[in-house]
Design a protein around this ligand. Structure first.
Ligand SMILES: *Cc1c(COP(=O)(O)O)cnc(C)c1O
Length: 422
């Protein structure tokens, strides 16, 4: 096989119509950042925005800024921007709480709708080996509603979803380890034909792959603000509910005052706001929302260059190159790609397994400035964010990986010491 030269990658970068978007980010020199699927990089605009929010809006405006700086409206103005990335309409997306909390609220809401329609529908279906918080939250909801969770292996999902006992299905659109992407339209159709509802977790897809919530006739979606949306550590999460379901006469389980129809009436009786605002709970994190606003803007900046579709195409090209270079250069070390790069039905990250030492290899790479991450039990995961990842970064990352493996560097004891966060 003809080798791919570094110069070929430089040439690809020069021809990339999205290449200039990298300038929207403040990236440290000497680092190849391949973990934007876990924590998106810092946008240049964020620092000035946060400074303004702190110094002027908080410092000088003080409590007046809830009105004068529209603090309260950020939950929906930023939501409206995310709506453009996921095929939703203005007013349908709200930013609130963490992804875990939103999974709980939305899944509980969906489960209640399912049970009201047919009390025999007592199960919540999740995919085996999905992100743990999704499973834990499904367990919590099942306990509260007297339901049960069915952990289905991927291959059996179709069959399990169509069981008459299925009330709601919670699925992660893009798998956090393998990068495999579900067919949202097909699964939603199968579920609807069987009378079940579907909650989509878009944590690894919003801002990375094209999503058309109305086009696939989805029911519910939630997603993460700090991954491909670049909202910063702990950025709040978003909720979308189809308009045909959002005003159903069931309540989400955490009825806080800001989800009330008129919070400032300070009424003793809870009456939910109409639409998705009923999924609000308490006071929004204004600093984090300001940062998320800047993060979402970086993805929207691609809109005039083909949008998320073009970003995804670039991510596919970048990750295919990564897999090809690994195959050419380090296959002899037994490194195997677990992401199926023969299909475009995949997200923006890819994972490899190593016969031994996956954790240490990732640490040795991080030491050399190539930042990916490790996921149990033996996954080396690399996130591609085409907003700032270049072809030459992929080439350089695989060069470092080759050096780490050929030299046996990764066997140094310091690389095997487990850190609290992997
Ligand atoms: C990242 C991620 C989450 C994150 O949940 P937090 O509440 O923000 O910690 C949830 N689900 C999936 C599938 C994720 O990838």
């Amino acid at each position: 096989m003809a080798g791919i030269a570094r110069d070929d990658c430089v040439a690809l970068d020069l021809r990339n119509p999205l290449g200039h978007l990298r300038d929207l980010f403040s990236l440290p020199d000497g680092t190849i950042y391949l973990d934007g699927n876990s924590l998106g990089a810092l946008p240049v605009a964020t620092l000035a925005r946060i400074t303004d929010t702190v110094v002027n809006e908080w410092g000088i405006g003080l409590i007046r800024s809830w009105n004068s700086a529209n603090w309260m409206e950020l939950t929906s103005t930023v939501g409206d921007k995310i709506a453009r990335l996921v095929g939703a309409e203005p007013g349908e997306v709200i930013i609130t709480d963490s992804t875990s909390v939103n999974i709980f609220k939305v899944l509980s809401f969906a489960a209640e709708i399912g049970q009201r329609a047919d009390s025999q529908r007592r199960s919540i279906v999740v995919e085996r080996d999905t992100f743990p918080t999704d499973v834990y939250m499904a367990d919590s909801v099942a306990r509260i509603h007297g339901m049960k969770v069915v952990n289905a292996p991927t291959a059996e999902l179709g069959e399990v979803i169509t069981q008459p006992s299925t009330a709601v299905v919670l699925l992660t659109h893009v798998d956090y380890r393998s990068g495999a992407m579900h067919d949202m339209a097909a699964i939603t159709r199968v579920a609807h034909e069987a009378g079940a509802l579907v909650v989509w977790d878009l944590s690894h897809s919003a801002g990375a792959v094209p999503i058309d919530l109305h086009g696939v006739d989805a029911d519910f979606a939630i997603g993460c603000g700090y991954k491909f949306l670049n909202g910063g550590p702990g950025a709040p999460s978003f909720v979308w509910v189809h308009p045909r379901l959002v005003n159903e006469p069931v309540s989400q389980p955490l009825c806080g005052w800001l989800g009330h129809a008129s919070p400032f009436a300070f009424s003793d009786e809870y009456s939910p706001a109409s639409g998705v605002r009923r999924f609000l709970c308490g006071t929004p994190p204004v600093l984090s929302l300001a940062a998320l606003d800047c993060g979402v803007d970086t993805v929207l900046a691609a809109e005039s260059h083909g949008g998320v579709g073009a970003l995804h195409q670039n991510a596919l090209a970048l990750s295919s190159l990564f897999a090809e270079l690994v195959e050419q250069r380090v296959a002899s070390h037994g490194i195997r790609c677990v992401t199926d790069t023969t299909t475009p039905q995949r997200g923006s990250h890819l994972s490899f397994v190593a016969p031994t030492g996956a954790y240490a290899i990732v640490q040795a790479l991080i030491h050399r400035g190539v930042v990916g991450d490790y996921r149990e039990p033996d996954f080396m995961r690399f996130g591609i964010t085409p907003l700032y990842t270049r072809f030459v970064d992929i080439w350089d990352a695989v060069e470092q990986l080759t050096q780490v493996l050929d030299s046996g560097d990764w066997k140094l004891p310091q690389y095997s010491e487990r850190k609290a966060i992997t």
